[in-house]
Design a protein around this ligand. Structure first.
Ligand code: AMP
Length: 249
């Protein structure tokens, strides 16, 4: 079985994003960028499936600027991807265009399983996996907290409101990962050194016949409103009295 893992280069999750002065977006100049955390989880899962002898090859793909190839896909190969595909773009690509490019890659590569993040933490779209499954006409298991390959099926335990749901999908299928699926490994130094020697092909959206021109227009990006300072009350009676005075109870 071949597993395809789309990984996006995003602002590092430890950083607090700064908004550009003109409100047109997040300032990414001189900012540390990393692999989207949900994609690290997806890649870890794919590598574990391979290590368990249930897959032969893990292919990582990233759509983005040159550094998505030189950095993000290098990390992906250090973590355990056997091969990488970099689709180079200058601009941020919207989920539908990403899904169309991924569909073309799936048509070419024929992976039995696509495992990807449930969302990219930069735009929080949570759309690409669902769009890809729809474009492919393949079953999808979203928000996975457990993934078990069972012959030509995959059982996906999903985190849903109020509990867990398990769905059994016929392969080939698309799975998107939630936070509790696994804890990604730190790549060992020898694997980091070996990563650059693993193959990577570089493509363009045009190679897949996909027009990436934006369909969405960002009107304004703004900081969330500053929270008002709270008040510490000495005891529960005072709290209840204050809530009553506010008409809250
Ligand atoms: P989104 O729908 O933008 O929240 O992204 C959901 C998932 O789609 C991510 O966690 C990635 O696995 C994948 N994805 C989105 N954009 C890209 C990209 N430019 N390159 C590779 N994978 C992507």
């Amino acid at each position: 079985m071949k597993i395809l893992v789309p990984v996006k280069r995003v602002i590092d999750y430890n950083l607090k994003p700064r908004i550009k002065a003109d409100g047109s977006g997040v300032d990414l100049a001189n900012i540390k960028m990393s692999m989207n955390p949900f994609d690290e989880i997806a890649l870890e899962e794919a590598v574990r499936i391979k290590e368990a002898g249930k897959a032969e090859e893990v292919v990582a793909v990233s759509i983005g600027p040159a550094k998505a190839g030189s950095d993000t896909l290098k990390s992906a190969r250090a973590i355990g991807a056997d091969r990488a595909i970099h689709v180079e773009t200058d601009e941020e690509v919207e989920p539908l265009a990403v899904a169309k490019i991924l569909k073309a890659i799936v048509d070419e590569e024929q992976p039995q399983l696509v495992i990807m993040g449930k969302q990219a933490i930069d735009d929080d779209n949570n759309q690409t996996g669902q769009m890809l499954a729809a474009l492919l006409g393949r079953p999808q298991g979203t928000f996975a907290s457990k993934v078990e390959i069972d012959g030509d099926h995959v059982a996906v335990t999903r985190e849903v409101d109020g509990g867990l749901e398990t769905v059994r999908l016929a392969l080939p299928a698309v799975v998107t990962t939630d936070l509790r699926l696994n804890e990604p490994r730190f790549p060992a130094l020898p694997n980091i050194i070996k990563a650059a020697k693993k193959p990577m092909s570089t493509k363009s959206p045009a190679d897949y016949g996909v027009d990436t021109a934006p369909r969405l227009k960002t009107l304004k990006v703004a900081e969330p409103p500053v929270r008002q300072a709270g008040e510490i009350v000495p005891d529960v009676d005072t709290l209840v009295a204050k809530l009553k005075a506010m008409g809250a109870v």
